[in-house]
Design a protein around this ligand. Structure first.
Ligand SMILES: *Cc1c(COP(=O)(O)O)cnc(C)c1O
Length: 428
């Protein structure tokens, strides 16, 4: 029974394009109408009809501690009582900047912004200014937010809706972006052979989350590092999803490859709107007011976002939050459901990295780039999604997205989730 969701969707549809404020929330990729969420607590979310779900969407990544963590809520309440925006600098911004620079190897200085999109958009501007070049290399299926330069062969909702580019992006701007196959070192080599002195930056998700989960191979990321260094271009890691998801800090720490600029978002805001970009002092000193790269924000470094982010990062440093545990649980879960699919004779490839995973409905052997990801049967995924929902599990409402475990998922939750997934698969 979802009559309240249906009624709200009808009202919202009349006043918001597609009834949503972000396209993939509209369930277009899986069919049916969206569920309206009333509240969340720990590993669970509850819809406006009183149905409860174990949450594997994690708000698309940020909620690594689960929903409404009491420590984060207390930090938010305390901050709210002190005023929510001043348009002046506050202590929490300094604390947050220090925490990020301490945790992420490439960061000497950061600028805090309001979203991942803003972080990447500004990082690209900065890279262009620093190199005095225009061209950006990205990879098919990687999503870097919705700024003009990066809506070229993008993943996430763009992949789902089948829009190769967005309307309204001037050709002249899109032409400054080249998109190459992910994990493809020869393609990267030939792009540098062809454009070398025009390339300002290579931007990459070190683990892609927006074509479904696809790991960047170490060799591929090392090649990107090497080629940018030798050709005077910058390497940008978009760690908006990966930052603080696989370990405390960036994925760069885990693979031991240090980019020139890092973009963050999602987890560092603890569920509030946030983003950050940063790098070496030499690069960041080009950002206004020190340098000529303009970037600003009325609500940047907002007290509520800083309070939630700091509380989240502080908790993640505690001994009770072990990323290895989270990874082990996710690995075990994926092994089990792989078995359920096999027993039912359904071909899937499950890509798992740390606490993120995607079940690709494909006969293929492996998924290593957007071309292989796109072979997945999105209709089959849609059917799976709805069977999961009916069994109390909220997965991403699209094939080309990541599902996430949070620290709030208990062993009992996992047992329950396995039961639900098993039933969902048996009913396919
Ligand atoms: C979510 C995401 C973004 C955009 O962040 P928003 O806060 O949605 O603007 C950028 N890059 C990556 C890798 C993301 O996953």
């Amino acid at each position: 029974m979802r009559s309240n969701s249906e009624a709200l969707f009808a009202r919202g549809f009349a006043r918001m394009p597609g009834g949503v404020n972000s396209p993939v929330r509209a369930f277009r990729a899986v069919g049916g109408n969206p569920v309206f969420i009333a509240k969340g607590a720990g590993s669970r979310i509850y819809d406006v009809d009183g149905n409860s779900y174990l949450d594997f969407l994690s708000s698309w990544g940020p909620m690594i501690l689960g929903h409404a963590h009491p420590v984060v809520v207390a930090a938010l309440i305390a901050a709210a009582h002190e005023g929510t925006s001043f348009g002046a600098t506050t202590e929490r911004e300094v604390i947050m900047a220090e925490m990020l620079c301490e945790a992420v190897p490439s960061l000497e200085k950061v600028r805090l912004v309001n979203s991942g999109t803003e972080a990447v958009m500004s990082a690209v501007r900065l890279a262009r200014a620093f190199t005095n070049r225009d061209m950006i290399i990205k990879f098919d299926g990687c999503y870097h937010g919705h700024s003009d330069s990066l809506l070229v062969q993008a993943g996430s909702g763009v992949a789902t809706l089948g829009i190769p580019d967005s309307q309204g992006v001037p050709l002249a701007i899109a032409a400054q972006t080249r998109s190459l196959p992910y994990n493809d070192i020869p393609a990267l080599l030939s792009a540098f052979a062809k454009y070398d002195s025009r390339i300002a930056a290579v931007i990459v998700e070190p683990v892609a989350g927006n074509m479904g989960v696809v790991k960047g191979s170490r060799d591929f990321l090392a090649a990107a590092r090497e080629l940018t260094s030798t050709n005077g271009a910058l390497l940008i890691f978009d760690e908006v999803i990966t930052g603080f998801r696989f370990g405390y800090g960036g994925y760069q720490d885990i693979i031991g490859i240090t980019p020139d600029i890092t973009c963050l978002g999602k987890i560092i805001g603890g569920g509030l709107p946030v983003g950050a970009f940063g790098g070496k002092e030499e690069i960041m000193s080009l950002v206004a007011p020190l340098g000529g790269v303009y970037q600003a924000g009325t609500l940047a470094g907002n007290p509520l976002a800083m309070a939630a982010g700091i509380a989240t990062l502080e908790l993640l440093q505690e001994a009770s939050y072990q990323y290895e545990d989270l990874e082990r649980k996710t690995f075990g879960f994926c092994q089990e459901i792989q078995g359920f699919f096999a027993a039912k004779g359904i071909a899937v490839v499950i890509n798992q990295a740390g606490s993120a995973f995607t079940c690709f409905f494909t006969e293929g052997q492996s998924i290593s780039d957007f071309a292989t990801a796109k072979q997945a049967d999105t209709k089959a995924y849609g059917a799976f999604f709805h069977r999961l929902l009916a069994n109390g599990l909220y997965f991403p409402p699209a094939q080309f997205e990541a599902a996430f475990f949070s620290f709030a998922h208990s062993d009992a939750d996992i047992a329950l989730a396995l039961e639900g997934v098993k039933k969902a698969i048996q009913s396919l």
